[in-house]
Ligand binder design. Sequence first.
Ligand code: NAD
Length: 496
Amino acid sequence: MTSLTQDGRVPFLNNGGVKRLLIGGQWVEAISGETFDSINPATGKVIATLAKGGAADIDSAVEAARLAFEGPWSKWTPFDRQNLLLKIADLIERDFEELSLIETMDMGAPVSRTSLFKRWLLQAFRFYAAQAVNIRGETLENSFPGSFMSYTVKDPVGVVGCIIPWNGPLISQLWSICPTLATGCTLVLKPAQEASLSSLRLAEIMLEAGVPAGVINVVTGGGQTAGSALAAHPDVDKIAFTGSTETGRKIVEASAVNMKKVAVELGGKSPDIIFEDADLDLAVPGAAMGCFGNSGQVCYAGTRLFVQRSIHDAFVEKLAAFTATLRVGDSLKPETQLGPLVSKAQLETVAGYVELAQQEGARIAFGGERLGGALADGFYFAPTVLAGVSNTMRVAQEEIFGPVISIIPFDDEEEVIGLANAIEYGLGGAVWTRDVGRAHRVSRAIKAGIVWVNCYGVTDPSTSYGGTKLSGYGSKGGFRHIEDYLYSKTVWIRTA
Ligand code: NAD
């Protein structure tokens, strides 16, 4: 495998030294002096050593963010903030290849995937640049025309804490960085320990673009330490959390300390429904990649695949045959479609679920094992098709977060709607059919934050996504997202 740290395309990693925390515009060591290593999941090798921030570093970062919030940044006009967002987009365009390679080496997603994030990053910064100059209150009619006038103004909520997972930090962080900059808030970002490097490189770019000291702070470190300190900090006004439902609960509890505004984007176990009239040339690869993309480490992955009984056996065969064509391997090769799982722990979790599935009575139609040979040093697991699954099995109810799809047969529309919704989560879902009426009925009936018809996983910064039920609340992207970073104040004025 090419060693990227030697080929000059990733100067950020070639620099060596400990990757430090960004606090108040300065790159600093953790107060404790502690560090941790980042491991490339494709090789099992250490690619960088990072400062391990803790509660004391979070305190300094929140203090810096508060100071910045109340300082000259508060006088920036919407047009100033718009220009800043546009400048960052331009610098990302210049340095994108490096960001994509860092993400690939840090968390394992192949370059064929991380290179697609370019559109995302650029569109997100440019979309929020437009939002920056589109913040507005309302004039409100009242009972005293001529005597009183009433209207609302929108102000930034203040210091935002953002905690993100490892499965795609280059994108996850955008949903707090962009609205923070568009509204005039300030931010303390705590990435996941497994994948923090792209956040640090993006922070460098933002400083170069002119983000003032303290407006964006990045504290790398553990969840139980830095993460929980941020979630419980009394001077943080809002928390934007993306991660597991289990941690999300703790975030909500911690928020009570000062009644923070909270958005929690959590786990999923999304239904993907194939009716007998579906275009199978679309549905087979669509359903496979709707689950296996990013090696199944996607919150809205379509992991429960409901297939109408009349086409079930043929579909299982076609899906297994398609899965066999997927190129799993070296994340850095452009032709690779699926890379490794993020860590050894994640690999063990996935392997454990596949074993459990068999104990529960499921059959492996494809995959089902760790990949060895040239891939033995990395954390690779074969994309796995499980047939003979019932919706009540643990493998069909619990989030695996790996490349494992469970196929469940159904007979009719009413039954499948019941099965699709018989789950604690409510994040995504899809329906494949040529019947337009059925497409409307079923997409409406699925209880989820986002539903696709005859496609899976299409998203854009201008459209929102979020969850319901145990998948959380508060959605990301779209025109209304920026409201979460503002609060509305009503003003009454005596006019006579
Ligand atoms: P996780 O909950 O273990 O960790 C997420 C983040 O929270 C990390 O930064 C971690 O360090 C931090 N953390 C852990 N314990 C904490 C605590 N007690 N207090 C504060 N912070 C803490 O999740 P993960 O394993 O990193 O990510 C996978 C999960 O994220 C999956 O459940 C996936 O579905 C979910 N996810 C959801 C979305 C969405 O938009 N709904 C998107 C991506 C991932």
